[in-house]
Design a binder for this molecule. Structure first.
Ligand code: CP
Ligand code: NVA
Length: 313
């Protein structure tokens, strides 16, 4: 239903390497413009590139970073956002995603969806006449990982050929990192317990697309000489087996000993929110290698670039 130059942003796996690079470079330039001359956060880009555009932001799960960064992104580009909690919509009373998609397409120019179920995102995209953006599902979190790549490159230059280590749950953020490793030609070693490994088909997709992605159950192996160590909560939104997860994942904590295995200039990243003392110690997350606050802020800059890309700008 979507007419070019409009595009959905559903998963990194559906972007080309050139498109992914274009989004990162545009984000760098939008960030430079927004932060020059000490602009306030309510700054509006002088070109107002999305001046006549509106975005509906639909949340089926809680959010702090995604909500605030998307709302500020569209504001800074000159457009308007409407925030909708799924439970307050007729969606929460059983109106179908496909009907909702068609209705929203009559009111707004793009839809951002944080969905419990990835299939809802795909259904929204199939039936919407406007771009649909994945703002996290149970399967993936592509906006986050684009911000992570931007953050890595700001600190350490080109990510191509670098070694990234993931220690912990093979969850939605890990899936988008697997996609990113292929798109940006970096090495990714994931250390996950067998119970919480990333989906096999995603690992196979990476291999079939020339990715340097491997899986181990040993965090020390993943961390060895890594340029960046990344983790995420052991209990994601919607997980109901918290106690079991914490018990199984505890050997995967990112702490001083694990960081010591990595390159001497390695970074630490976490998409947040963090559960301090579980997946990461205070010492690491508050330590000199941690870039978590820039990583969070970069959601703003990358989302401006993603929004513009969706509108073919
Ligand atoms: N990292 C992230 O997506 O955070 P929120 O859940 O606060 O949006
Ligand atoms: N894996 C986490 C990410 C939160 C931003 C979750 O899905 O809850």
């Amino acid at each position: 239903k979507l007419k070019p130059p409009y595009r959905h942003f559903l998963d990194l796996a559906s972007l080309t390497k050139e498109e992914a690079r274009e989004i990162i470079e545009k984000a760098k330039s939008l960030k430079a413009t927004a932060t020059e001359d000490g602009h306030g956060k309510g700054f509006i880009h002088p070109d107002r590139p999305l001046a006549d555009k509106s975005l509906a932001m639909v949340f089926e799960k809680p959010s702090t970073r995604t909500r605030v960064s998307f709302e500020m992104s569209i504001h800074q580009l000159g457009g308007t956002a409407i925030v909708l909690q799924g439970g307050d919509m007729q969606l929460g009373r059983g109106e179908s995603v496909s009907d909702t998609a068609q209705v929203l397409s009559g009111f707004v120019d793009a839809v951002m969806l944080r969905a419990d179920d990835h299939d809802s995102l795909l259904e929204m995209a199939e039936h919407a006449a406007v771009p649909v953006i994945n703002a996290l599902t149970d399967f993936s979190h592509p906006c986050q990982v684009m911000a992570d790549v931007l953050t890595f490159e700001e600190h350490r230059g080109a990510i191509k050929g670098k070694k990234i280590a993931w220690s912990g749950d093979g969850n939605n953020v890990a899936v988008s990192w697997i996609h990113a490793a292929v798109l940006f030609d970096c090495e990714l070693v994931l250390a996950c317990p067998k119970e919480f490994s990333p989906p096999t088909q995603v690992l196979e997709w990476a291999t079939n697309n020339g990715g340097k992605v491997s899986l181990t159950q040993d965090p020390q192996v993943a961390a060895k000489d890594a340029d960046c160590i990344i983790t995420d909560t052991w209990v994601s939104m919607g997980d109901t087996d918290g106690a079991e997860r914490i018990a199984i994942l505890s050997p995967y904590q990112v702490n001083r000993n694990l960081m010591r295995q990595s390159h001497k200039d390695s970074l630490f990243m976490h998409c947040l929110p963090a559960h301090r003392g579980e997946e990461v110690t205070d010492e690491v997350i508050d330590g000199p290698r941690s870039v978590i606050w820039e990583e969070a802020e970069n959601r703003l800059h990358i989302q401006k670039s993603i929004l513009m890309w969706c509108f073919g700008k």
